[in-house]
Design a protein around this ligand. Structure first.
Ligand code: NAD
Ligand code: MG
Length: 402
């Protein structure tokens, strides 16, 4: 077995840490080539000490200096690189076999796309770039021969239920429906009148998964499911109307595929991201992930219900953007990123999040998403529109607080 060299973009995050946990179980199979971080330089240092990567990437010269000093005499063979160029360098490195795209948000777009363009096996956790310009990823993969493997648990589950030999972007005519499961998030049973008051702390406390703050808020608004719907359309070559969202609070069935003959295939497991990560790292082999066995007797029952788009309007907004196509999903995503950060910064309330996104969608004209420049242009315009909505609220929020 030849050793496969792995680049983990966003190694200090929730997906990054889970990826390193799986990699550490297979030292004969994988070698860590590069690790990257944005703010948690001390955590990156600890990871470098343990995994001895050839490269570590940080956002600026100051962080690079700090990390290089820490590494001196400990992991001196690790070269510290900086910024976007550093990320691109490791994502396209000739010695890299696998690139794990685990940066959060649109910030991960350029390095992930660079990895695809250079023909790597790319493990896509970072869903926002796919939402913004899925066809650019699929076209690039087709061109370069890159292998796109979904790590998002639902998409990995769907991938596992598809015929052998399926490649991202293929269309399987025999698929009748994709059933995308959704835990319902921390406010599944919260009354609409209560949602106005929920805090960032309550929103990031997900009942079944421990994740980064942004995706945790997205899970609370159900925007995460909306982004995942768009992600599924790209990865599995289906129209939005073929994707049905199913609330399943236990998070044991990670998604299902229904075929023309009425068969419904599902993938089950404990809610632990090491399962989809290990699946994609080892594919097509199955490798140990450190995940406990599923105890069906303890789980006892599995529940299902339709989503409530009145209490959670973000899901409806994403469905409309998916149907509209073009740059609409990029506009939706950009406005959502601004809205979520503003909510986490306590500048707006939880129920303002869909209002910010609606404003972004109303202000920015949708274009055909023909090039990266067009997509990034509409992304920037949506961020500006969303920010102006947030700024207009600030005096009100300050008044409320005093
Ligand atoms: P996180 O916030 O825990 O980690 C994000 C990582 O990205 C960190 O390493 C951070 O340093 C890096 N990063 C952030 N901003 C950056 C920037 N501007 N430039 C460079 N690096 C930057 O997030 P997460 O929960 O690990 O999620 C990562 C991605 O995976 C997201 O797109 C999320 O939607 C997706 N995802 C996460 C989970 C999960 O269980 N956490 C599940 C499915 C999909
Ligand atoms: Mg998911």
């Amino acid at each position: 077995m030849s050793v496969r060299r792995v680049v983990v973009l966003g190694s200090t995050g929730s997906i990054g840490v889970n990826t390193l946990d799986v990699l550490a179980r297979h030292p004969q199979r994988f070698e860590v080539l590069a690790l990257t971080a944005n703010t948690q330089i001390d955590r990156l240092f600890e990871q470098c000490r343990q995994y001895m990567p050839a490269y570590a990437v940080v956002p600026d010269v100051q962080s690079a200096k700090k990390l290089a000093e820490q590494l001196h005499g400990v992991a001196a063979s690790t070269e510290v690189l900086v910024g976007k160029e550093g990320l691109e360098h490791v994502a396209t490195h000739a010695r890299a076999d696998i690139v794990v795209a685990a940066i959060v948000g649109a910030a991960g777009l350029l390095p992930a796309l660079a990895a695809v363009r250079s023909g790597k096996r790319v493990l896509l956790a970072n869903k926002e770039p796919l939402v913004m310009c899925g066809h650019l990823f699929l076209d690039a993969a087709q061109h370069s021969g890159a292998e796109l493997l979904p790590v998002d648990s639902e998409h990995n589950a769907i991938f596992q239920c598809l015929p052998a030999g399926f490649r991202a972007g293929d269309s399987v005519p025999a698929i009748r429906r994709i059933l995308l499961t959704c835990s319902g998030g921390p406010f599944r049973t919260t009354a609409a009148s209560e949602l106005v008051r929920v805090t960032p702390e309550q929103a990031v406390a997900h009942p079944n998964w421990v994740m980064g703050r942004k995706i945790s808020v997205d899970s609370a608004t159900l925007m995460n499911k909306g982004l995942e719907l768009i992600e599924a359309c790209w990865l599995f070559g289906v129209k939005p109307e073929k994707v049905e969202v199913v609330i399943h609070p236990q998070s044991v069935i990670h998604s299902l595929v229904e075929y023309a003959d009425g068969s419904v295939l599902a993938q089950l497991g404990n809610p632990d991201m090491r399962t989809p990560i290990a699946h994609a790292l080892g594919f097509p082999e199955r490798i140990e992930a450190g995940v406990a066995s599923l105890d069906l007797f303890t789980i006892g029952r599995l529940d299902f219900s339709p989503p409530d788009t009145e209490r959670f309007p973000c899901l409806g907004l994403a469905q409309v953007a998916a149907e509209r196509g073009g740059t609409a999903p990029a506009i939706l995503n950009a406005a959502n990123e601004v809205a979520v950060q503003s909510f986490l910064d306590r500048k707006i309330g939880f129920t303002d999040i869909p209002r910010v996104i609606e404003h972004g969608l109303a202000c920015v004209a949708v274009h055909e998403a023909v090039t990266l420049e067009v997509v990034l242009g509409d992304d920037a315009a949506a961020r500006a529109a969303a920010q102006s909505w947030v700024d207009a609220q600030r005096p009100v929020m300050t008044q409320r607080a005093t």
